[in-house]
Design a protein around this ligand. Sequence first.
Ligand code: COA
Length: 167
Amino acid sequence: MRLERETDGDNWEVETLLDTAFGTGRRGLPSYRLRAGVDPVPELALVARDEHAEISGTIRFWPISVGSGEYEALLLGPIAVHPTRQGEGIGAWLIREGLDRARKAGWRFVVLVGDHAYYSRFGFKRCEGVSFPPPTDPARLLWLGIDGSGASLPLGSIGRWCPESFG
Ligand SMILES: CC(C)(COP(=O)(O)OP(=O)(O)OC[C@H]1O[C@@H](n2cnc3c(N)ncnc32)[C@H](O)[C@@H]1OP(=O)(O)O)[C@@H](O)C(=O)NCCC(=O)NCCS
């Protein structure tokens, strides 16, 4: 198993894996409203490739705005591991590697919608005083500071990243 940057040629296989993991209705989830018309951060899109060169896991990160539009942050996900390879540590490997690359690239905050029971092992905490496109269970809205400063996620609404605001 090896981790690599996702390439354009991987897109079809990654999208198929995401459909397998989440179902084809996944694009109706609130988090997809933050992704509409915005590209994922290319250097943080990773795939786990098995010994047959097939993709067993994927992670992507999107830029978003936090603090009601004043600051940039990352939205972690989607992340998925093929059902036949779950529980082997591939998800944790993708997350740790993605977060490490994000930190080295200078990102400060990462947000996601997911199970606290899984993501707490990476340090993710529940968001307080932060809103996300509805309908989203606030208990599933999690954040992590990755720059070592100890700063809290800026309060306010989480929204779509706008090139006009952040270039
Ligand atoms: C969630 C997911 C990415 C984890 O990847 P993985 O490679 O299976 O996970 P790892 O091998 O790193 O970790 C396995 C551990 O996480 C636990 N775990 C997995 N999903 C969990 C969840 N939703 N809540 C709590 N614990 C979870 C497993 O029980 C296992 O626990 P153990 O270490 O005590 O045995 C993968 O299961 C998956 O693709 N699921 C379907 C898509 C999905 O839900 N994506 C995340 C949406 S936020």
